[in-house]
Ligand binder design. Sequence first.
Ligand code: SF4
Length: 719
Amino acid sequence: MSASTETKSTCCYCGVGCGVIITAEQGQITGVRGDPDHPANFGRLCSKGSQLHMTSTPLIQAQRRLHQPMLRQRRDQALTISDWDSSIAYVAERISNTVAEHGPDSIGFYVSGQLLTEDYYLFNKLARGLIGTNQIDSNSRLCMSSAVAGYKQSLGSDAPPCSYEDLDHADLVLIIGANPAYAHPVLYRRLEAARARKPEMKLVVVDPRRTDSAQDADLHLAIKPGSDVALLNGLLHICLWEGWTQAAWLDAHTSGLEALRDSVRDCTPEQTATLCGVSADDIYLLARWFAQSAASLSLYCQGLNQSSAGTAKNSALINLHLMTAQIGRPGAGPFSLTGQPNAMGGRETGSMANLLCAHRDLSNADDRAEVANFWGIPEIPAQAGSTAVDMFEATRKSKIRILWIVCTNPAHSLPAQAQVRAALETAELVIVQEAFRDTATAAYADVLLPAASWGEKEGTVTNSERRISRVRAAIAPPGNARADWWIASQIGLAIQTRFPQHFPHKQTLRLAYDNTEQIWNEHRELTRGRDLDITGLSYRLLEQSPQQWPCPEGQHTGQARLYTDFRFAHADGKARLICTPYQPAQDKVNARTPFVLSTGRLRDHWHGMSRTGVTPAAFAHQPEPMLEMHPQDMEARFLKHGDTVCIRNTRGQQIWRIRANPALRSGMLWLPMHWGEEFVWGNANGYTGLGVNNLVSPALDPKSFQPELKFSTVSLQKQ
Ligand code: SF4
């Protein structure tokens, strides 16, 4: 009988990035517990993390996992089991021939914030370096791209300036557009502990719903959905009017004050109260607390990001921090929480259509030349690729002919599902690289490539506070599943060796690696001299102690807090105060569509439930999806708990069971984001199923291109 082993790794769910210790025996994961030495969680795990071992039981490994490559050569054929050599050769040939006939931009890569940094780096190199296209984007586009755009335009770099330890130093914590009690539970426990130690600490929550986080708050502003910018501009107006801004500090460290002051001149408390649907007194109180607290910290997530005004929302919040000098000090700063476990790693490796490695910009010719020189290729193409929603639209219009989808489930998660699925049907070849065999997207695959999953992979991830942790393999992947980086590497090598004529000047591009440490070391070198310089870190050091970036060569510990000298990342060292005029959401509330539909996370489920959907414990908290509505709205429509209703807009119609939730604003509806078409009530009655995201607005933020997943309008009828 083999001995039990223990392996330190990282939880694969949210951006808190908790350290775990995996126990395994005879090639099976048998348990998981929190790593007491990991600085993100000090041994704590939430309900999702503590059940991780239940997602890879022998039964699940046997029944739910994809064990072998599968492919079909024609759409009217069924997928059949293949082997790696044949599958790699087939994909390499199809990609090479398509590039030869239609150009490199006919290949699209849709990757994921669930990938490890090494996987991300290699897909980025494969797309931009070998194929010669920037058609690579990540599902982080749905999650963090507004935070990226906001940090860059306001502070000059995509660098969250805060640390989890700032919760211990803050005198006021403002949670806006986030529900960390559900979505970042271990971080929320840390906030609770900080408040218990420091009862005078204020907690303010801005959220249209009275969430579990809001229930704990000293002040809850239940603003109208989508009115965040109006609120933040109103707070600025009060701070200016009352003289609570820091004139000398602003003069020394920011630019744009005059224009911003003019832009919020009319944002009076009364006007703001009307736009936001909350009292002027509460708005004033928040402004006073925020400006006058010794240290104000804001935590924010999808409520700000998933919006057609997502970048404006981010910059409006950063404006408030700058105007009151609440940044660069312990306990003070705008702290964007990441949804996925490695959204940050994707940003660091530049794995989005408009980015480049190590926080370089694709639009910058010098940045492109640096990466091309480093990789030893003539150039990186200048033309930006399609962002997530547009990538599927480009596929539907046959501009992209081969779509390679890695570790994500767009047939569940993207808005306007009918168009997404039309795109998957239009594509000439759909390659799906997945750990689980039965995702909604896998049903569209012409080639299914079995990927290793959590507990089976080596690499690194970066959490919300810029902390890089090692991810370790405790067991071997089932069957013939392989690490994501290995699959990218092998297909790249096959293209290089078998079709050199289609990829001239790319023969020396390195795509062969023996292990992830070699890939990480290469990525590390590209960060030298950049804001995220990690040349002082190594796998060995990270295994001893996860570290925050930057950590340049010669240092052994990372930097907890950024901008402590108030020198920001713009060339002149000054932060930018950005005018953010309030723009309502793009879907309109009117007589035809009188309800605002919003979506979000439940406490115990993750994304499309590929993983949490197999653990019975995850259903104890809420066993089935129900449409939530304010009880007064239900009463006015003669609805009672459990009734079935049809919600509809121009994108589709669905039947759901309804339940009363007094935590919602009147006029709102709310649905969990996790369930797909198989769970939507009414599919059998001829209604368009496709899960909640078929009703969700595909409107995009003009700078971040993040879709407006939090605000869609619908009608509602009792069935
Ligand atoms: Fe995993 Fe996030 Fe829970 Fe930590 S808080 S255990 S990272 S899901």
